[in-house]
Design a binder for this molecule. Structure first.
Ligand code: SF4
Ligand code: SF4
Length: 567
């Protein structure tokens, strides 16, 4: 069966009334768009020996009777046809100690006691406090199967160990949902234009889109996988600030292009291609530092697209030297609005202490989306000292901006998007409960592609997984179909988890969750998030008319509920 169907829609993806507004150049540069199926297919790990929490050792006592292979429901033991000896066990499929309680525990059932189970000592070195090993293993499992990991894996994946941020927040779930809802009754879509300015009311099927990662910082396969998954889920991906690859053109209608301080590869024509243009003022992981691509990552292909010289380091300075006031910002937004008459504008800022003033200023200047980028995100290329010490924690910034926009009467005219360390569906839901309409995800997508959080992203040949590299030898480690499917699967698993949360609150739409900080508790603030920020639940919640189309729920075991959360 063909995995992806390709359709040429003969440029009719742009409404006729909007087409009339477009400059001639825009229409000339339009290319047929490609559709990507949202179907869920298993996408197994691409390395032979995937990281595993447990390891099974088989001794010479094994008589190859095949009983362990017969017993194990997870296909850990493999006897390839034509072979006499068992292959190395597929340890990453083993549920380990949880299996002891079952009657198919191969270690006990082996007639020769030839098997031994140990915890993998390498797991202790895998991940970090923000992305602990269980979260990595669970995300890989979601990207493989398209569903939350089965309960018997006992992954504690919904919070990390950072000791702050979303890791210290919990939902206060009611004893039982106020109304019983089925999955099909839950709408997870959001609209990205709340202004009545004649520009399209773009709706995405899930309350998230992919973050900007430039060609150069990541490979073309990584960028394209993200873009194709965005098409499948009717959401967006972002080019980052490294120019617009020609190979991205068939996905234009699901792309955001970034205009950042370096203006690498930014041309009128690239701005005219897309439905959303993002002004990037700062990155939450390194505010005040700008962007930096080391010379060794500036390969001929990267230099060409960025209109730069091969091999030299490329900097995007921190400020736009043409923007020192809201009026200057407005001038920039007007410039883009004029060049692309259908585009929505997003303004990406980090989270200084006066971020609420920045947000309301940007709203006044005419932006459609305020994108707050907090400090918990960033790839390994962002310096740790910056990631951990500069920006205001995103959970404070979201609540602060949401409240200020409500007080100013502007909240229902602008879309608030949060990013920076959104790792799971629970993080997504928490950000929304604090006041965001939706989120931007970045690192999670890289994890789905097999990232191991080694923090070598900045080096030209540093990425062992061929994700954050442009080195021709490393890039070929990943295939586009595989990368696309992994991100499609991860999105589906996140949506299942998000729907579960909404169901437990009896909410029919993710929009009902916006600003409901009363549903959260903070383990540091008298168990009350509201006392942390004095955030009031606000927002007029409009009735939901239509369901967001969702992918078929794959057959999977029951998702695990967080041990630490209230029932
Ligand atoms: S059950 Fe024991 S003896 Fe039989 S194949 Fe498995 S490990 Fe070998
Ligand atoms: S595996 Fe690659 S993308 Fe992930 S942290 Fe390491 S270098 Fe960066």
């Amino acid at each position: 069966m063909e995995r992806f169907s390709v359709q040429e829609n003969k440029l009719n993806h742009i409404p006729e009334d909007i087409k009339g507004l477009l400059p001639e150049n825009t229409v000339k540069t339009l290319v047929p768009q490609v559709e990507v199926n949202r179907e869920i297919h298993p996408a197994k790990p691409r390395y032979r020996n995937e990281f595993a929490k447990y390891i099974i050792f088989r001794s010479d006592a094994c008589i190859h009777c095949g009983k362990c292979a017969e017993l194990c429901p997870h296909q850990v033991h493999v006897l390839k046809s034509g072979y006499k000896l068992f292959a190395t066990p597929k340890n990453y499929l083993c549920t380990g100690k949880a299996c002891q309680k079952t009657d198919h525990f191969c270690i006990d059932q082996c007639p020769e006691q030839a098997l031994r189970l140990v915890e993998n000592p390498m797991i202790k070195a895998l991940g970090d406090n923000r992305w602990p090993s269980d979260m990595l293993l669970a995300t890989w499992k979601m990207a493989e199967t398209g569903a939350p990991p089965a309960e018997e894996y006992e992954f504690d994946y919904q919070t990390g160990n950072s000791g702050g941020g979303f890791d210290r927040m919990r939902f206060k779930f009611p004893e039982k949902p106020p109304v019983e809802l089925s999955d099909d009754e839950i709408d997870t879509s959001i609209v990205l234009n709340r202004r009545d300015d004649g520009r399209p009311k773009i709706k995405i099927d899930v309350p998230w889109y992919g973050g900007g990662m430039s060609f150069g910082s990541v490979s073309n396969v990584t960028q394209l996988s993200k873009a194709r998954a965005a098409v499948a889920w009717n959401t967006f991906s972002c080019t980052g600030e490294g120019g617009y690859m020609e190979r991205m053109r068939p996905y234009d209608e699901h792309m955001i292009t970034q205009v950042a301080t370096g203006l690498f590869g930014v041309r009128e024509e690239t701005i005219q291609r897309v439905p959303i243009v993002e002004f990037k003022y700062a990155q939450g992981a390194k505010p005040g530092l700008g962007g930096h691509l080391l010379g060794e990552k500036n390969t001929p292909a990267v230099a060409k697209i960025r209109e730069a010289v091969v091999g030299i380091s490329l900097f995007s300075p921190f400020p736009f030297h043409s923007v020192y006031s809201i009026e200057d910002h407005m001038k920039h937004l007007d410039w883009i609005k004029h060049i692309n008459r259908r585009a929505l504008l997003s303004t990406k800022v980090s989270t200084p202490t006066d971020v609420d003033m920045v947000a309301v200023g940007s709203y006044s200047a005419g932006t459609h989306i305020i994108h707050l980028d907090g400090g918990y995100g960033g790839t390994g290329a962002a310096p740790d000292i910056a990631k951990k010490n500069i920006a205001m924690p995103i959970e404070y910034a979201i609540a602060k901006v949401h409240k200020f926009l409500v007080d100013e009467g502007a909240r229902d005219k602008v879309v608030l998007i949060a990013s920076g360390g959104i790792r799971t569906a629970h993080d997504i839901a928490k950000a929304i409960a604090l006041g965001a309409d939706g989120v931007v995800v970045g690192t999670g997508e890289l994890i789905a592609l097999g990232c191991v959080r080694c923090s070598r992203c900045s080096a030209g040949r540093g990425c062992p997984r061929g994700i954050a590299t442009t080195d021709p030898g490393l890039v070929t480690q990943m295939e586009l179909d595989w990368g696309t499917q992994r991100i499609i699967n991860l999105y589906n698993a996140w949506r299942i988890d998000l729907v579960e949360i909404l169901k437990r609150f009896g909410m029919r739409s993710v929009r009902e969750l916006v600003g409901r900080s009363d549903l959260l508790m903070h383990l540091d603030f008298n168990n009350d998030v509201q006392s942390m920020n004095e955030v009031k639940p606000a927002m007029d919640v409009k009735p939901v008319k239509k369901q967001a189309p969702a992918a078929a729920k794959p057959k999977s075991k029951k998702p695990k509920k967080a041990k630490s959360e209230q029932k």
